[in-house]
Design a protein around this ligand. Structure first.
Ligand SMILES: [Zn+2]
Length: 384
């Protein structure tokens, strides 16, 4: 049975600065990392995963630069569950450490050349050491989706017995669907009392759906990235998870969603990964209407064609002219330019706008509209 959604509390752990930066070809400068951390924290994101200390002194200094900001957000560093990574993490003044270890047989055997027993021994050995260093400890179950179901429960129980506060379920390859995710997290929820975090990848376009399913099954934390940045097809996008939780389940993350456009552009620029115009919530075109039927409906009442108000995410509706516009939209657009059209003129100009849209795949600019007007006037012999 589903948990009552309005009883659920969710902590967003944003990993734009760790998994997001692991996107092939992406590398943030120190200033960019600091600006992103500040923007996320200012918006109210509760936890930030900010880097991988074992990468070296420069990364550690950058992590320390962020810790020195004393942001309200709690900070996490990522490492593998091994000596070198723990020693590097020990040099960082973060609140939480995520110690990652493969839990699927395929990775245990073919990546590490070890067995299941060794994995459990590592957890028993390293969790207490990280706790002794003063960190809150999350154990990241890499490739948890492909782990043997019973073994995964044993891993989680071992994580809890070792004293860790959290287990991260990593759908490392983005292989699950929401139903399987719900089933797996539900079993974990029944097995252990510690916090559970969902780390979803978007290889099949299901990262947000899987994150929501995990939360409904009892996950307490959701890993996200801005714009869905991250390895391969990326992670669950922050903006999608937060808005979906709010509008589908009335679960409030207490994040200032009006900051999303700013944060999205900040990360897009820093990562060199432009946001597709149709990207949900933050894409340039997602609150833009062209079709005459939709524009008419929006003008009569925005509720006709909106699931949530764009003002919630700091944006507003925009109407443009194009192939699917109606003549009333053309008359309105020209009226804003101080040009009053007859029905006949509007009809002629709409044809020109349609041809322009087909040829250029763009909406006409103000200059284009003025040019069409003059050309149409010249053709028809009407005064301009
Ligand atoms: Zn990942």
């Amino acid at each position: 049975m589903l948990t009552e959604a309005n009883d659920i509390m969710v902590t967003i752990n944003d990993t734009t600065l760790r998994d997001g930066e692991q996107t092939a070809g992406v590398a943030f400068s120190a200033d960019e990392k600091i600006a992103i951390a500040e923007a996320l924290s200012r918006a109210g994101v509760q936890e930030l995963e900010i880097g991988i200390p074992v990468m070296g002194t420069a990364e550690i200094e950058l992590i320390q630069a962020i810790t020195h900001l004393h942001l309200p957000a709690r900070l996490m560093a990522w490492g593998r569950m091994c000596e070198s990574d723990l020693l590097a993490i020990a040099r960082c003044n973060v609140n939480i450490v995520n110690l990652s270890i493969p839990v699927s047989d395929v990775q245990i055997k073919h990546k590490l050349g070890r067995d299941r027993e060794w994995v459990l021994e590592q957890i028993q050995a390293f969790v207490p050491r990280a706790l002794d260093l003063g960190f809150e400890v999350c154990v990241g179950g890499e490739d948890a989706s492909r782990a043997d179901s019973d073994f995964l429960l044993t891993v989680a129980a071992t994580v809890q017995q070792a004293g860790a506060q959290r287990f991260r379920f990593a759908d490392t390859l983005g292989l699950l669907d929401p139903f399987a995710t719900y089933g797996r997290l539900n079993l974990l929820r029944q097995e252990v009392d510690i916090d559970l975090e969902m780390h979803a990848h978007n290889d099949l376009g299901l990262a947000t759906a899987n994150t929501l399913a995990a939360i409904l099954a009892g996950a307490t934390h959701a890993n996200t990235t801005v714009n869905g940045l991250g390895e391969r097809a990326g992670n669950a996008p922050l903006e999608e998870v937060v808005m979906s939780l709010r509008h589908l389940y009335s679960i409030e993350s207490n994040i200032d969603t009006t900051q999303f456009p700013h944060i999205s552009q900040l990360v897009a620029a820093a990562s060199g990964r432009p946001v597709p115009v149709n990207k949900s919530i933050v894409g340039d075109a997602v609150f833009t209407h062209e079709s005459g039927i939709h524009v008419d409906g929006i003008i009569k009442n925005p509720l006709n064609y909106e699931g949530f108000s764009p003002t919630e995410v700091g944006r507003e509706h925009r109407t443009v002219l194009g192939k699917h516009s109606g003549s009333h939209s053309v008359i309105d657009a020209y009226a804003k330019l101080g040009l009053i059209l007859s029905e006949l003129e509007a009809h002629s100009l709409l044809n020109m706008i349609r041809i322009h849209a087909i040829l250029t795949k763009c909406t006409p600019s103000v200059d284009d509209l003025k040019r069409f007007y003059l050309e149409n006037a010249a053709c028809t012999g009407m005064p301009s």
